[in-house]
Design a protein around this ligand. Structure first.
Ligand code: ZN
Ligand code: ZN
Length: 358
């Protein structure tokens, strides 16, 4: 992560912090922290923080962490502005926040109630208020560096899908195929999977979030692959539903045709200024015309970036508008518990006058 880019992002955030009338924002969400500083993309586990940023209205930001990360922090951050917890991390953090001012925002969706309670107890005079979404509001529009990283990630994802038929052999289990996919990604430049592979055969494909198991591909059958890799820190996410063998059933073929038609219809309307629910509606209309809309059980798509699922969300409740630079998946699906399902997913970059696919 380029330090100048991070500094630029913090200045944008600082303007938002000031507009909110806050003296500082405590940034706890790992992808937000990384986006703003380049420090540790992941926390060790969900209830353990690698560190937090304090972005201050006065321009003097802090990276607060514990002694395990002293050297890692010094590689990317001004040493005079690194705050290492000495004893009780929460009490130390409370003191640091207090030194930044009286009104401090925090990311309520990314911290536990216990943490907030302890922070309030440790800093009685401090005005702590929930201030979610300030960093996400920046992250939702991708800059050129992010788009380049996304392109690299999707390039590898496409390369895997281009040779998916090599992995999809009758007799192989979902788990075996999943490992082939993971190994291919790792051996060809991915740092990790963006999310756990979905490899689902037959009726398992009716579960939108199926977990690969011991079921094996038959001589004739469908397999749904929903896969993503992380390259240059950025995630990719694509789904294909393929028929293995030479005799696809009529119901599979019909569902596949409808899903692809719905996807095309949605991609065709993507442009800046489009209400997000209208993208969903464009896909749903195709299903309604065919009388199968009840089989479309989820939203149309989501943002992709440092996280596989991030803002925005293309669902029927969102009236806010697409903007150039947003990156969204378009992944209609139809699900039939008796025989499986079909989902097809591409990811689009919203451009000045429409959208292009990764
Ligand atoms: Zn997916
Ligand atoms: Zn997706």
């Amino acid at each position: 992560m380029n330090p100048d880019t991070c500094a630029r992002r913090r200045e944008k955030l600082r303007a938002a912090v000031r507009r909110r009338g806050l003296d500082a924002l405590l940034v706890s969400a790992a992808p937000n922290r990384y986006y703003l500083s380049g420090f540790e993309l992941h926390d060790p586990q969900f209830n353990e923080s690698a560190g937090r940023l304090v972005v201050c209205a006065d321009g003097r930001d802090w990276l607060a962490t514990d002694a395990r990360y002293t050297d890692a922090a010094a590689r990317i951050w001004d040493e005079d502005r690194i705050f290492i917890y000495k004893g009780d991390g929460v009490a130390d953090l409370a003191r640091l926040l207090r030194s930044c001012g009286l009104r401090v925002g925090f990311e309520a969706d990314s911290v536990s109630h216990g943490f907030v309670r302890a922070l309030r107890r440790a800093a009685p005079g401090l005005g702590l208020e929930a201030a979610d979404g300030l960093v996400e509001e920046l992250r939702v529009v991708k800059d050129s560096e992010e788009i380049a990283a996304l392109q690299a990630s999707f390039r590898l994802n496409h390369a895997l899908l281009d040779r998916a038929r090599d992995f999809l052999l009758p007799g192989r289990s979902e788990q075996e195929i999943s490992w082939d996919i993971e190994r291919y990604f790792r051996e060809n430049g991915a740092s990790e999977l963006a999310f756990a592979n979905i490899v689902a055969t037959g009726p398992n494909a009716a579960l939108p979030h199926a977990v690969p198991g011991t079921d094996r591909l038959g001589e004739n059958g469908l397999v749904l692959l929903d896969i993503g890799c992380r390259v240059q820190d950025y995630c990719s996410d694509q789904t294909r539903t393929l028929w293995v063998g030479d005799a696809p059933t009529e119901e599979f073929q019909r569902a596949l045709d409808l899903v692809q038609k719905a996807q095309k219809a949605a991609i065709a309307v993507l442009r800046p200024g489009l209400p997000m629910r209208d993208a969903y509606a464009a896909a749903r209309r195709v299903f309604e015309d065919a009388g199968v809309e009840k089989r479309f059980t989820h939203g149309l798509g989501h943002g992709v970036g440092l996280e596989t699922h991030e803002a925005p969300s293309l669902n029927p409740r969102r009236a806010d508008l697409l903007r150039a630079g947003m990156v969204v998946t378009v992944e209609p699906g139809l699900y039939y518990p008796q025989w499986g399902g079909v989902r097809w997913e591409h990811t689009a970059l919203i451009t000045e006058d429409g959208a292009t696919l990764f």
